[in-house]
Design a protein around this ligand. Structure first.
Ligand SMILES: Cc1cc2nc3c(=O)[nH]c(=O)nc-3n(C[C@H](O)[C@H](O)[C@H](O)COP(=O)(O)OP(=O)(O)OC[C@H]3O[C@@H](n4cnc5c(N)ncnc54)[C@H](O)[C@@H]3O)c2cc1C
Length: 434
């Protein structure tokens, strides 16, 4: 059984309205930030909801138009009630929750890329899925940005008709296969997997590492170097093709629900029509790779809101020296810092959504956002972990799970260091990559 965060029920509130007290609150003890006497009363009667139950102090959600705000509240409630607590056992067992995936599909999370919603809405969906479970947010993000996005933007009409209906319903999955055992940060220049055209078919050879959903996907989107012109191209490789093997990478310290795989491609033959016509040169995928980097920035905000939720609930519940942890100044300072980090991340991402909507997003902003929110996330989960003492170590209390998951956000979609180098290259005009 999990012992962690007891979800605060989402509240429909108009812009600028404070949350009201409720008698059936899930958090046992709340605290008003007004007069101390009110606080005492709230503690004694155990009836108050903590202020700002959704921790959106800057009212970012209120920037959504009314229809998207309603949809946001509905999905958020589902994620908090259905996914958040349930994900912990799957995470502990490194198992994939196929049933939960189907439910995510019913809420439209497989079709965010093509359903015409705003960039801010899509980003806030990534935040809320990450707040419920970071692994599933990785699945939702990669699926939308790198699988649905690539096929929709770079695929043929035949490929779109074949794959998009199942993908957007989340009844089918793709895996994004770029990284290799010997090439991570230097993959663009170093990629070794080959493709050769032979009698009307492509033949692929090579190895891929860390590929999310590699063992459970219907196909992998494999990036390989065409031996004829040396360009890196994107190929749809169905996972039941002869010569394709995927082996689960076990014992990860984070993202344990995501089934990452080592993939071997041994003379895998696919029809010529499986080449993405828009991906005949790696630079064609750049815009989508830039957007997927921004997606991890949203994840960085979401994981910090999760850490805040858990730390606040715990500090209000746990008593030492005869009073709640929440009454100690050092605990309050850490809560304020986690929330400050989370809010700064969310506000940065909301502005990123604006420039993305205007078509002004470039790699430098995406890299800066990704590097910054994941750096802050690492600091926030470390504070949350120590705030919870020994119980912060156990994933059963959720914070331990977040602590491990933050490491992945810091490293994938370009490591923290590489994204920092991209930013600094842009602002100095000097590359320090090599
Ligand atoms: C859980 C998980 C899921 C992933 N999912 C996917 C996926 O679905 N698909 C996919 O294709 N890939 C995936 N990846 C791969 C991920 O993108 C790479 O791990 C990442 O790009 C870093 O590459 P690397 O691990 O090979 O590290 P390396 O490139 O070997 O880097 C090691 C260290 O050296 C530093 N470094 C490297 N070069 C420089 C330099 N020039 N200057 C300064 N420092 C440098 C790095 O910052 C890092 O700290 C995933 C990874 C993980 C851990």
């Amino acid at each position: 059984m999990t012992k962690g965060y007891v979800p605060v029920q989402p509240q429909g509130r108009a812009s600028g309205q404070r949350a009201v007290a409720e008698s059936d609150t899930a958090v046992e003890i709340g605290e008003s930030n007004t007069a101390e006497t009110n606080t005492e009363a709230a503690v004694e009667t155990n009836t108050a909801q903590p202020p700002f139950p959704d921790a959106d102090l800057m009212y970012i959600v209120d920037l959504l138009p009314p229809d998207e705000r309603l949809r946001y509240q509905e999905v958020r409630e589902f994620l908090q009630s259905r996914i958040r607590a349930a994900s912990i056992d799957y995470w502990n067992r490194e198992e994939f929750p196929f049933g939960l995936l189907a439910e995510l599909g019913k809420y439209g999370l497989g079709g965010l890329q093509t359903d015409g919603t705003s960039k801010l809405f899509k980003g806030l969906m990534y935040v809320e899925v990450a707040r419920a479970d970071v692994s599933l947010s990785a699945l939702v993000g990669i699926h939308n940005e790198l699988i649905v996005g690539m096929i929709d933007e770079l695929g043929s009409e035949e490929q779109k008709a074949r794959w998009l209906p199942g993908l957007t319903a989340f009844t089918q999955l793709g895996a994004f296969a770029l990284t290799e055992p010997d090439h991570g940060s230097d993959i663009a220049g170093g990629l070794e997997t080959t493709a050769r055209l032979d009698g009307g078919e492509w033949v692929l050879n090579g190895a891929k590492r860390w590929i999310g959903a590699g063992t459970i996907a219907d196909f992998a989107l494999v990036w390989a170097r065409d031996v004829a012109d040396q360009h890196i191209k994107g190929f749809i490789v169905e996972t039941d093709r002869a010569g394709y093997t995927a082996t689960k990478i076990a014992n990860k310290i984070g993202l344990r629900i995501m089934q990452n795989a080592d993939i071997v491609l041994d003379e895998v033959r696919i029809p010529a029509a499986n080449l993405l016509p828009g991906a005949t040169d790696f630079s064609k995928a750049n815009e989508l790779l830039r957007d997927s980097r921004a997606w991890v920035g949203w994840q960085g905000a979401g994981i910090q809101l999760a850490a805040f939720d858990v730390a606040r609930a715990y500090s209000l519940r746990r008593r030492q020296f005869g009073k709640e942890l929440a009454r100690f100044q050092l605990i309050q300072q850490q809560l304020a810092e986690i929330l400050g980090n989370a809010t700064a991340s969310l506000a940065l991402m909301a502005q990123l959504a604006r420039i993305q909507e205007d078509g002004k997003l470039e790699m430098v902003q995406a890299a800066m956002a990704k590097a910054t929110t994941t750096r802050l996330a690492r600091a926030s989960v470390a504070m949350g972990r120590s705030l919870m003492g020994g119980n912060g170590i156990s994933s059963d209390y959720e914070m331990g799970k977040l602590f491990g998951d933050a490491e992945i956000l810091y490293t994938y979609e370009g490591s923290y260091e590489i994204n920092s180098l991209i930013v600094a290259r842009a602002v100095t005009g000097k590359s320090a990559f090599v």
